[in-house]
Design a protein around this ligand. Structure first.
Ligand code: HPA
Ligand code: ZN
Length: 326
């Protein structure tokens, strides 16, 4: 189709991607076998059938179970390299990827094992695929702030390779303010800050992410539209929203892509971007998200171009590189 070719032809950046959420069922089986781990599924088909979620927590339970097959540095390398190869086909030229160190250290896989494999793949993606990337370390918000502080300590030897910190996992009941201290500490160390907010949580959580955590970019942010003062704030600050349409559909944040707020966001002058979140679990990579949304919301070429440009404007690339990308 014409729209598909147009989307494929535009260079893009991905700003909201959990690397553990790019674990495809086939690789889950291969790694389970390589590491002699039992998994409660008979086939990749069966795994895909289990990916029917009614909310965020439903998904997270399966997401943490899935990452249990990741054990060695090579596993993290293979996972990350497969993601880069996949988005290379989508004409993505830059990616800022999340990882969840606590999802690994909790089960006895060291911080270094995970990050060394991811970083090696990031280096190879630059040299072999010409894809630049940056790494964002997320804190799991269902755990304590003390746990997050300990994770920040563990990251100390790697701070020159980590661009920022993020906040993910179960949103409701875990407001951004719970992590005020660790975010202040991360910022003092020169790290950037992003946070998931307004995916399931109320506009108050988005306010807290802005005012308490002092984030430079908002992950999701959908529910911001419920609060006109918040919309004004996001407009005034030119805050980038990393929107994830197929994720929102999978997790019932929206009931139909036709009801997705992305087009409304653009109309309000908000700096919205399109991202895949956890592509293996939500049924699509970067271009799939562009295509499904463009089709459901009847986005025109200018909308699609605006979304792709926003992905560079909202990135942590330097000003000159951003200017060259627009
Ligand atoms: N929301 C919150 N936490 C997550 C997500 C998400 O979409 N994906 C992986 N961890
Ligand atoms: Zn996410």
């Amino acid at each position: 189709e014409q729209r598909q070719a147009f989307i494929a032809g535009i260079p893009k950046a991905e700003l909201h991607l959990h690397i553990e959420g790019s674990l495809e069922p086939e690789m889950m089986f291969a790694l389970a076998q390589r590491n002699a781990i039992d998994i409660p599924f008979a086939s990749a088909e069966e795994v895909r059938k289990a990916y029917a979620f009614s909310n965020l927590q439903d998904f997270l339970d399966i997401y943490y179970q899935g990452m249990n097959v990741l054990r060695t540095e090579q596993d993290f390398y293979d996972l990350t390299m497969a993601y880069f190869q996949r988005i290379h086909a989508d004409n993505a030229i830059h990616a800022e990827i999340f990882f969840d160190p606590q999802g690994h250290t909790e089960r006895g896989v060291t911080f270094s094992t995970a990050i060394d494999g991811i970083l090696r793949a990031m280096d190879d993606a630059q040299s072999d695929l010409n894809i630049s990337s940056q790494l964002i370390m997320c804190f799991l918000r269902h755990l304590s702030e003390e746990d997050a502080l300990a994770t920040l300590e563990e990251a100390a030897p790697y701070l020159d390779r980590i661009s920022g910190v993020g906040l993910d996992s179960s949103e409701l009941g875990h407001p951004p303010s719970k992590f005020a201290k660790v975010f202040a500490k991360a910022k003092a160390l020169g790290l950037k800050a992003v946070a998931h907010a307004g995916e399931e949580g109320p506009p108050d959580y988005v306010w807290e992410a802005l005012d308490v955590l002092k984030i430079e970019r908002m992950d999701h942010g959908n529910r911001s539209l419920e609060d006109p003062r918040l919309v004004e704030r996001l407009q005034d600050n030119q805050m980038t929203l990393t929107v994830c349409p197929l994720s929102n559909l999978s997790l019932c944040v929206v009931n139909d892509l036709k009801d997705h707020p992305l087009k409304k966001m653009l109309g309000l002058g908000l700096r919205a971007t399109v991202n895949s979140d956890d592509p293996s679990y939500f049924g699509g990579y970067l271009n799939d998200n562009y295509e499904a949304t463009a089709s459901a919301l009847d986005l025109d070429k200018d909308d699609i171009i605006a979304l792709a440009k926003n992905s560079f404007r909202g990135s942590f690339l330097d000003e000159e590189t951003i200017a060259q990308s627009l």
